[in-house]
Design a protein around this ligand. Structure first.
Ligand SMILES: Cc1cc2c(cc1C)N(C[C@H](O)[C@H](O)[C@H](O)COP(=O)(O)O)c1[nH]c(=O)[nH]c(=O)c1N2
Length: 220
C-alpha cells in the first residue's frame, strides 16, 4: 500500500509510539550519573517546541542541582505527604504510606517548569475565553520533555505533593509565575513495564472503550 504523504517511516513511527508507551513516572530507579549538558539541552529544546496558546511560550525552566534547594523541597513534600496520607483510611492509608512518591534527592537533577501568566501581554491570541490555556500549554511542554527524556534513556518523575506558595518561595518565583511542574530527572536502572501505581495495586489502567463517547456523553 502506498503511504500517504508526510507520514513517518515505519521505524520512526515505532520510535514515537515506543516513547509514548514506555514512558514512565520514575521515583525509585534513579542512578547518580549526571545528565550530560548536551542531553539536557535537547530535552529543554524539545519542551520549548511544545504548542502554546497564541505562541505564548509561557514556560521557564529552573534547573536545580543544589542539595540545599532540593532538601528544602523534600521537607515540603514530607509535610504535604503526611497530610495526604491522612485523607485515606485503614488498609488504603497503609498502602499509600508504602508508596514512594518522589525521587528528589536520589535524582541528580530537579527541574521546575513554570508558567509566566503575564507573558505576551494582557491579550494573548486564543486565551481570552479560557484563561488557563497558558497552564495547558505548559503541561504540553512537560509532556514533550517527558517523551524526549524516555527516548534519551532518562527517567522523569513529577512531584505534585507540594504546596504551591511554599514552592514559589523556595524557588524565589515572582508572583505572576506559577510553578507548574516539579520534576526529578536522571538515568535509571530500569523503566518499569507498567505504571508503578498499577504494579503496587493502587489503581489500574481503565479500559479505553469505556472512555470513548460518540457525539454526546454516554453514547457508545
Ligand atoms: C500532574 C501530575 C502530577 C503527578 C504525577 C503525574 C502527573 C501527570 N505523578 C505520576 C503519576 O502517578 C503517573 O503518571 C501515573 O501513575 C501513571 O504512571 P506512568 O506515568 O505511566 O508511569 C506523580 N507521581 C508521584 O509519585 N508523585 C506525584 O506527586 C505525582 N504527581
Amino acid at each position: 500500500m502506498t503511504q500517504p504523504n508526510h507520514c513517518f517511516s515505519d521505524a520512526e513511527r515505532r520510535g514515537l509510539y515506543r516513547a509514548i508507551y514506555e514512558r514512565r513516572d520514575v521515583r525509585s530507579q534513579f542512578l547518580p550519573d549526571r545528565t550530560p549538558p548536551d542531553v539536557l539541552a535537547r530535552l529543554l529544546e524539545a519542551a520549548h517546541h511544545a504548542p502554546s496558546v497564541g505562541f505564548m511560550q509561557p514556560w521557564d525552566f529552573i534547573v536545580i542541582e543544589s542539595c540545599e534547594v532540593r532538601e528544602t523541597v523534600l521537607s515540603m513534600f514530607e509535610q504535604e505527604n503526611q497530610k495526604a496520607a491522612g485523607r485515606f483510611e485503614g488498609e488504603r492509608q497503609e498502602r499509600y504510606r508504602s508508596l514512594k512518591l518522589q525521587g528528589i534527592m536520589e535524582s541528580p537533577l530537579n527541574l521546575c517548569i513554570t508558567c509566566d501568566r503575564d507573558r505576551g501581554g494582557p491579550h494573548v491570541l486564543g486565551r481570552n475565553s479560557i484563561v488557563d490555556t497558558d497552564l495547558f500549554s505548559t503541561c504540553l511542554a512537560v509532556q514533550n520533555l517527558w517523551l524526549a527524556a524516555r527516548a534519551e534513556g532518562i527517567g522523569v518523575g513529577w512531584v505534585s505533593i507540594l504546596e504551591q506558595a511554599q514552592l514559589s518561595t523556595a524557588l524565589n518565583l515572582p508572583e505572576h509565575v506559577y510553578p507548574l511542574a516539579y520534576l526529578c530527572l536522571g538515568y535509571v536502572s530500569e523503566f518499569l513495564d507498567q505504571p508503578e501505581l498499577e504494579a503496587k495495586g493502587w489503581r489500574s489502567r481503565l479500559p479505553l472503550h469505556e472512555l470513548v463517547h460518540r457525539d454526546t456523553w454516554g453514547n457508545r
